[in-house]
Write a protein that binds this ligand. Structure first.
Ligand SMILES: [Zn+2]
Length: 246
């Protein structure tokens, strides 16, 4: 009940001393963004689809080796991710996701919900097919996995000084993966892996290290067999980080 009252007050633009900071959501009758618009301030204890939408966009703002669950529950890990995001983009640092955070996300995302520096068009080459079909998961799942990964990549890119990162390959169908000699269990077939080429602004080793704090479990680079000309980052259930030459 108390939370509902606080939410009502914050929805009306009324700050409650000691409970709501300046980063509250103002009355917002219209859609603020072509992709998704948040309509309330989110804090630890909040839950719902709006929290899950936030978590997707913060998935790259974790501690080294951490993975942010997209579960719709705003817990301590999400709170820390909000703080890191605010710090990285020059917002007053606390763990509350309000208008300041949402405005920054609106500025960072395109109408199709992808982050501004990455597009589905560079992730779905799939040996020239330009789609997410034929993988180890259905195309909808592969695309959703890719979206989460793209937000992790956007975080990586910002951590590396906002220099261009050049995707050489991301999604591959099973047949495409086989034709290029990819590993039989490759995360590329799930929409969970991206390879970056040496044409990227950051070096392969800089990308290798930045991926560690961007939520990636599988990070392979120079010195790992077959990875001297690219850095591979992927979401997985087990951690494999290897780049002996970095
Ligand atoms: Zn790869």
């Amino acid at each position: 009940m108390r939370r509902r009252l606080l939410y009502l007050l914050s929805a009306l633009g009324i700050a409650v001393a000691g409970t709501v900071t300046a980063d509250v959501v103002a009355p917002n009758p219209a859609s603020a963004d072509g992709c998704y618009t948040w309509n309330r301030t989110l804090t630890e204890g909040s839950s719902g689809n709006d929290v899950a939408e936030l978590q997707v966009r913060l998935a790259g703002w974790v501690a080294s080796g951490e993975n942010l669950a997209i579960d719709g529950d705003f817990g301590p890990a999400t709170a820390r991710a909000v703080s890191r995001f605010k710090d990285a983009y020059g917002l007053p640092v606390d763990s509350i996701a309000g208008q300041g955070v949402f405005n920054k996300i609106y500025a960072l995302q395109d109408a199709d919900c992808t982050p501004i520096h990455f597009s589905y068009g560079e992730m779905d080459d799939n040996c020239g097919a330009n789609n997410f079909n034929g993988g180890m998961v259905d195309a909808t799942t592969a695309k959703r996995n890719t979206l989460r990964m793209m937000w992790q990549l956007e975080a990586m890119r910002h951590k590396l000084g906002d220099r261009p990162m050049v995707v050489s390959i991301s999604f591959r169908s099973v047949a495409c993966n086989r034709s290029v000699g990819g590993a039989s269990n490759s995360r590329h077939m799930y929409g969970q892996a991206t390879d970056f080429s040496t044409r990227s602004g950051p070096t392969l080793c800089q990308m290798y290290h930045a991926a560690k704090t961007s939520g990636f479990e599988e990070i392979l680079g120079p010195g790992y067999p077959g990875h001297n000309d690219h850095t591979h980052v992927a979401n997985d259930t087990v951690r494999t980080w290897s780049a002996p030459n970095c």
